[in-house]
Design a protein around this ligand. Structure first.
Ligand code: IVH
Length: 715
């Protein structure tokens, strides 16, 4: 029967698509579509070819196991082919039952026969490696390539600390926490198997999620600084693949990689000094004893029920793992049974991969909106056609900042790859370029805060826009109140995190002046607020009205205005109105105030909203002694670095810090050769020791007072 032309066309189109995407993925390490999407196209082609055998062709992507090799690497023919593994895409736990049923059928087991023993492992989402050891020494590392021929990547792999360069011939005791019944503890008497003349270890090289995030942050910085030829990576696997297949080992070295072993290739037989493995589990234990990382959740289980339990348990754990997995792998434990089961084409019948919901999916951007964070940071977010990713339905995904939107060129209407892995918030990682709709507009960041309408500014050298309506902006309320109330600002005792949360949520407080309008009835109506504590809060509020100008200024939460700057501003101008009305030039006359700080203060007071809040606070009775402008304060300890440690007899840590900073000293957290003095009180620990080692001058409280008095007297 002739094949319809439409089917022929579709097959041709699928082959071209798959060739294109395989090249992006395997050769360029820059995929344009998620794996799940690739798999879907692949399966469609597979099914069409099965249904219409006349269309079969030796160059079809379905005839290939895996990737291709990149020019520039030496090719390695694997002594034992690196097989692929059958995938159970049914993400219901029943996938495990299907596998068990198949194994039992193929082994000819009856229902009354005992359950089969398996090893259940994580399916690490990285790159398969073959590590060859001769007489216990790593001589070659190779990628899988197409399963027959891979690339020699020994130099790059040597950079991975977790991969032993030499096998450990004298295994020590098992690590703590792996007692008799712990994973991989059974059969510990097997440890200590002698090193075989030839051993090939197979496993997965991967990148941890935190290492991946840090790498991408670094890449983004490089790009922001104008570096050409740099890119961010779509996901940890892609980053790992890029690092392993990096032609320059010095670059590979800067990319942190990790490794887990899960199998072996060529291995000397027992008569040539190799080990005799009866089970897969025993082999993994031996690999571990030789120094290879084998994941601790690798478990020996019995029957379908325990496979299902493993699938569910790891599924729960998945988000908390420090690395990506895309499923679990089940393997028949007995090597004899594995041999009996054998292979179909390039896949063993004794193993299966059982997937979890994909962590990357395609969807469409409906709109791009801007979110305002607690500290006023504006973040562009894509609103998406809802999509099921990494086990949850995602409707929004962060686009990070303006530069990122432009770099990825995300536009409304675009088809994008969305990724959600671990607890990380969902992210748009890339646009599928050939699905752009005509005329899609380029995104531009708003210049006004979408919440309060205040001006939004992006400072030089910063990636983020920020709302400048700190005191007025609803998004920043909680943060603004907590900052205002803190001890080093207005010192309103009892006004902590939980209370502020409650008050803001109940709508009792909208802006700072509302604090001073609180009554006993309102306060005691709040949850867990006894009359007594309500009275205490009111008393603390009353007391805080007698402020100082530096504390009040600091409490306003103007970006870049810390305590020291607030003090300098108060001294320089004397009065608040003078600061509020100062031009950028006038602000620049204040010692230690540079252009960024001056600009920030000026913009803050240019917002009518912020000025109104200040007026209302004054109208509520908040007051402070105002003075005359003063010349620069003497800073006799300028340039000196002091470290505080232990408990001083009368001064609190903050008081000592205030005194020192007022005299111009820098108070640091750790002792180094650059430290001038360490002030040590009771129960001073390692910092004191370090000071003594380095010969740094050590003072007690009296010594500190003498230093300040002497220093001030001299000034
Ligand atoms: S076993 C003969 N175990 O998944 C079985 N593979 O096609 C060979 N993978 O390329 C593979 N974790 O890169 C096995 N615990 C695990 C694995 C695992 C990840 C990867 C491996 C392989 C692919 C399966």
């Amino acid at each position: 029967m002739a094949t319809p032309a439409s089917v022929q066309e579709r097959v041709q189109a699928l082959r071209e698509l798959l060739h294109h995407h395989a090249h992006r993925y395997y050769v360029l390490d820059a995929p344009e579509i998620p794996d799940a999407e690739y798999d879907k196209l692949f399966r469609e082609l597979q099914q069409l070819e099965e249904k219409h055998p006349a269309l079969a062709s030796p160059d079809s992507p379905t005839r290939r196991v895996g990737g291709r090799t990149l020019d520039g690497f030496t090719k390695v023919r694997h002594k034992v082919p690196m097989l692929s593994i059958r995938t159970e895409t049914d993400t219901e736990p029943s996938g495990a039952q299907n596998f068990d049923a198949r194994v039992r059928r193929e082994l000819g087991l009856a229902e009354s026969d005992p359950p089969v023993e398996y090893v259940a492992e994580l399916k690490f989402d990285g790159l398969a490696l073959n590590l060859r050891y001769e007489d216990g020494v790593l001589v070659q590392a190779a990628t899988r390539g197409d399963g027959e021929v891979g690339e020699e990547v020994t130099q790059n792999i040597r950079q991975i600390g977790q991969i032993p360069l030499r096998l450990n011939p004298h295994p020590g005791p098992l690590p703590e926490g792996e007692g008799e019944n712990g994973p991989l503890s059974r059969g510990r008497e097997r440890a200590g198997v002698r090193v075989p003349p030839v051993l090939e270890v197979r496993g997965e090289v991967y990148m941890r999620r935190d290492d991946f995030e840090a790498l991408n942050d670094k890449q983004r910085e490089k790009i922001a600084r104008g570096a050409k030829n740099e890119k961010t990576f779509v996901n940890p696997r892609n980053a790992a693949a890029g690092a392993v297949r990096q032609l320059d080992p010095s670059i590979a070295r800067q990319r942190p990689l990790s490794f887990f072993a899960y199998g072996w290739g060529e291995l000397s037989p027992p008569q040539e000094g190799g080990p005799q493995f009866d089970t897969h589990y025993q082999a993994l234990q031996t690999l571990r004893s030789w120094g290879f990382p084998v994941h601790q959740d690798t478990s020996q289980v019995t029957g379908a029920g325990e496979l299902v339990a493993f699938y569910e348990r790891i599924g729960e754990l998945r988000d908390q793992l420090p690395f990506d997995i895309d499923g679990v792998v089940y393997k028949v434990n007995s090597i004899a049974l594995q041999k009996q089961l054998g292979f179909v084409t390039r896949e063993p019948r004794w193993a299966v991969a059982h997937k979890y919901p994909a962590q990357e999916q395609l969807t469409t951007v409906e709109s791009i909106y801007v979110q305002v964070g607690r500290t006023g940071k504006l973040t562009p977010v894509a609103r998406l056609v809802p999509v099921f990713v990494g086990g949850v339905t995602v409707t929004n995904a962060t686009l990070h900042n303006e530069d990122e939107v432009h770099r990825k060129d995300v536009r409304v209407g675009d088809t994008v790859i969305v990724r959600r892995a671990g607890d990380v918030i969902p992210e748009v990682v890339a646009v599928v370029p050939d699905r752009r709709v005509d005329g899609a507009p380029v995104f531009s960041m708003p210049r006004q805060c979408p919440v309060c309408g205040s001006e939004a500014v992006r400072e030089e050298g910063e990636a983020d826009y920020r709302c400048t309506g700190g005191l007025f902006c609803a998004a920043q309320r909680k943060e603004a109140i907590l900052h205002f109330a803190q001890r080093r600002a207005m010192d309103i005792e009892g006004l902590g995190d939980k209370l502020v949360d409650q008050m803001v949520e109940a709508g009792v407080i909208r802006t700072l002046p509302d604090l001073y309008k609180l009554g006993l009835a309102t306060l005691s109506a709040l949850e867990r607020m006894a009359d007594k504590s309500a009275q205490n809060v009111l008393a603390a509020l009353e007391k805080s009205k007698q402020a100082t100008l530096p504390r009040f200024l600091f409490g306003l939460g103007i970006r870049h205005v810390g305590e020291a700057t607030a003090r300098d501003l108060a001294r320089h101008f004397g009065k608040l109105d003078a600061i509020m009305d100062a031009s950028v030039e006038q602000l620049l006359e204040v010692p230690d105030v540079g252009p960024v700080v001056a600009e920030s203060i000026h913009t803050f007071f240019a917002q009518q909203h912020n000025r109104e809040v200040v007026e209302q606070l004054r109208a509520c009775g908040v007051t402070w002694p105002e003075g005359e402008p003063q010349a620069r304060a003497p800073k006799p300890l300028a340039g000196k670095t002091v470290v505080l440690t232990g408990t001083l007899p009368t001064l609190s840590r903050d008081e000592a810090k205030d005194l020192l900073e007022a005299a111009g000293a820098k108070v640091a957290g750790s002792v180094s050769k650059k430290t001038d003095y360490v002030v040590a009180g009771a129960e001073a620990g390692s910092k004191l020791e370090k000071a003594q080692q380095l010969g740094v001058a050590v003072l007690d409280e009296q010594g500190l007072r003498d230093l300040l008095a002497g220093a001030l007297a001299r000034a």
